[in-house]
Structures are given as structure tokens and as C-alpha cells.
Design a protein around this ligand. Structure first.
Ligand SMILES: Cc1cc2nc3c(=O)[nH]c(=O)nc-3n(C[C@H](O)[C@H](O)[C@H](O)COP(=O)(O)O)c2cc1C
Length: 183
């Protein structure tokens, strides 16, 4: 099973990216978690370039994004909150997926690494529901990883007994949901 993971942060030492890398380490056998690496190179969303009657206008980075989404059985999303909102670069990626054929119905697990980040979490749920994603409730968790004094890398997150328990459990629920109701 191939799962595509989106970190909404462009920071090198991103706690969201580290969390997704930790989930890749913790993934059960047969489950491959691949991080999407193209977020910073996506052009700004422009509906003029996203027209079904003129598919040749679609930027190549967007084609590649959609191809990778299409190849995945499910999506993991972990994105920071900025100014009580969804991180702009990640919202940009979602905007490019709104009219895609690949996204609707896709199972999604939403990982929130910051207990304070309630606004972007709620916004993401609304956006994903509007985009007809299938957000898997039991696999969508708040695992307190970012915040004061917590600069954990992927290895440290995977080695932490409580964090790894939460992430493993979320992954288990996610994989079960994907297997029980494939697209
Ligand atoms: C400009 C800016 C605005 C932020 N606004 C919020 C916020 O509104 N709520 C919050 O919980 N965290 C906020 N944060 C903190 C980040 O979401 C937090 O540091 C997060 O861990 C960053 O993710 P990353 O480690 O993956 O880069 C903000 C950080 C920055 C730089």
C-alpha cells in the first residue's frame, strides 16, 4: 500500500515533516509512506491554467502532484497553523487538487502536531470535506510534537514510547479503513 504524505511546512527542520517521516519509520510491513517533495515548486493556483477544455495549460508540477495523488491509496496530512489559518503553501496545493479527478474520495488522515492549533485543524476538516476527501476520524489525531522545547527529529519521535504509540495506532486505523473501503 502506497501512502502519500504532505507536510504543509517548508522549513528544513519542520516538526510536521519529521512526524510524517517518523510515521514512515513506524509503518507496518507492506505500507510505504512517501513524502511529497514538490510543495515549494508548485506555482500559485490560477484557475485560468486549470481548465478541463485546455489540459495542455496545466503546469507540469501540478500534473506530477495529481499523478502522485492518483498513485496513492491514501493521504497523510500534517500542516502547521499560521496566524490561525492553514499554511498558505499547503492550501495552494489543495486548490490545485480541487478540480482534479484523482482527489475526490481519497482517504485522508489528518495529523495535528500542535495542541494549540485548533483553527487550522478545523479549517482543514472543512476544506477536505468540501473537496470530497474521506477523512478517517480514528486516524486523525493531535500528537503533541511541536511547541516549546520540543525539537524532535523523526528518529526521536519514532523512539518516543507515547508518541510512537499514538502514531502507530493512527496508522493502524488508517490502513484498516483503506483496506475495508478502497476507492
Ligand atoms: C508566522 C507564524 C505564525 C504562527 N501562527 C501560529 C498560530 O496561529 N497558531 C499556532 O498554534 N502556531 C502558530 N505558529 C507556530 C507554528 O505553527 C509552529 O511553530 C509549527 O510547529 C511550525 O511547523 P513546522 O515545525 O513543521 O515548521 C506560527 C508560526 C509562525 C512562524
Amino acid at each position: 500500500m502506497r501512502i502519500l504524505a504532505f507536510s504543509g511546512s517548508l522549513r528544513t527542520a519542520s516538526s510536521n515533516a519529521a512526524t510524517l517521516q517518523a510515521m514512515s519509520i513506524l509503518a507496518p510491513p507492506g505500507v510505504d509512506i512517501v513524502l511529497y517533495e514538490g510543495l515549494a515548486r508548485l506555482p500559485h493556483f490560477n484557475p485560468d491554467l486549470d481548465r478541463s477544455e485546455a489540459p495542455e495549460l496545466l503546469p507540469p508540477q501540478v500534473r506530477e502532484l495529481r499523478r502522485q495523488v492518483g498513485l496513492a491509496s491514501g493521504l497523510l496530512i500534517s500542516s502547521p497553523e499560521y496566524a490561525h489559518g492553514v499554511a498558505g503553501s499547503f492550501k495552494n496545493a489543495l486548490d490545485w487538487l480541487v478540480a482534479s479527478l484523482e482527489f475526490p474520495g481519497k482517504p485522508v488522515a489528518l495529523i495535528n502536531t500542535a495542541p494549540r492549533a485548533v483553527h487550522s485543524d478545523a479549517q482543514l476538516r472543512e476544506i477536505l470535506a468540501t473537496m470530497s476527501a474521506r477523512v478517517i476520524a480514528g486516524a486523525s489525531i493531535t500528537a503533541p510534537i511541536s511547541g516549546v522545547g520540543r525539537n524532535l527529529d523523526a528518529q526521536a519521535i519514532a523512539a518516543d514510547p507515547e508518541l510512537s504509540r499514538q502514531l502507530r495506532q493512527a496508522l493502524g486505523v488508517f490502513v484498516e479503513a483503506v483496506v475495508a473501503a478502497p476507492e
